[in-house]
Design a protein around this ligand. Structure first.
Ligand code: NCD
Length: 305
């Protein structure tokens, strides 16, 4: 039995296989509409979510399976003081696979240690979010036809953004990848990512504070939301939240084939006017989240089309 807690739980080959299956699902959805018949996915979400939870549910339903779960801690026995580990042991009796989101770093790992069914980390605090990364890799592969030799700009909250940590962790395995990290001083990537992921793998990267200057060099611009819920004080959040706003004026600095990605939800960091630019792919990215989660559920449950 396998879990997905971190993007590195999948090899480069397995990741590529998932992308291929997801691309086939996108082309031929009917082929897959019964592969998970009589299987149940449980979503245990202790933190708010729209895309991740609903795309997991949509993925399972599109595979012919069924779903159950809770979408906030207050509606589960966590509000009575039950541990994550106990909840998961019980939910594993009611389902075949569990997608879990929790505000604490390492919660999915704790859950996986006791679980009788595969655990998928759907976000653990400011730590990791591997299925968003799979969604991102599928999107990059769709538009760039490759995952290597790319310059990826990542902008916004690089400190608390778990999607950023997972994406960088996954991408350093592809040759010729470079990063341009754009953030205010206070929201730079954590040491663990700078040292153990980027430096350790000899990945070229620069850390800058101004977006416009570096945009012409990017193949991909990955925008992120300032993670309000992880701030210790509201004043800092207010000071930093609107530091980067991507609008059509700034898009003039980007090449014609640069793509703009965002895990969503966005707050102010991308102006609505950018949505109609052909380079804005974030809504297609959200759609890709369903196909790649379908492929992942199939892999973890050993299902074939
Ligand atoms: C992200 C998350 O939850 O980390 N959302 C998502 O899953 N698409 C990004 C965010 O909340 O900013």
């Amino acid at each position: 039995m396998r879990h997905l807690l971190n993007p590195l739980d999948l090899t480069v080959e397995e990741t590529y296989d998932l992308i291929k299956v997801a691309e086939d699902i996108r082309e031929n959805p009917d082929k897959y509409c019964e592969v998970a018949k009589r299987k149940i996915l449980a979503t245990c979400f202790y933190e708010p979510s729209t895309r991740t939870r609903l795309s997991f549910e949509s993925a399972m339903i599109r595979l012919g399976g069924q779903v159950l779960g809770f979408s906030e801690a207050t509606s589960s026995s966590a509000s009575k003081g039950e541990s994550v580990s106990d909840t998961v042991s019980v939910v594993g009796c009611y389902s075949d696979i569990i997608a879990m989101r929790h505000p604490k770093e390492g919660a999915a790992l704790v859950a996986s240690m006791k679980s009788a069914v595969p655990i998928i980390n759907a976000g653990d605090g400011g730590h990791q979010h591997p299925t968003q990364t799979l969604t991102d890799l599928l999107t990059i592969h769709t538009y760039k036809k490759k995952l290597d030799n790319l310059t990826i700009g990542v902008c916004g909250d690089l400190k608390f953004g778990r999607t950023v940590h997972s994406l960088i962790t996954a991408l350093v395995r592809y040759p010729g990848v470079k990063f341009i990290l754009v953030s205010p001083e206070e929201l730079r990537i954590p040491e663990s990512i700078r040292e153990d992921v980027l430096q350790k793998n000899n990945i070229p990267f620069e850390e800058v504070e101004t977006l416009e200057d570096v945009m012409p060099k990017m193949d991909i611009l990955y925008m992120t939301r300032v993670q309000r819920e992880r701030f210790f004080n509201e004043e800092d959040y207010i000071r930093l939240k609107d530091r980067y706003i991507l609008d059509m004026n700034k898009m003039k600095y980007a090449s014609d084939d640069m793509i703009v990605m965002h895990p969503l939800p966005r707050v102010n960091e991308i102006s609505v006017e950018v949505d109609s630019d052909p380079r804005a792919v974030y809504f297609k990215q959200a759609q890709n989240g369903v196909y790649i989660r379908m492929a992942l559920i199939m892999m973890l449950l050993g299902l074939k089309a």
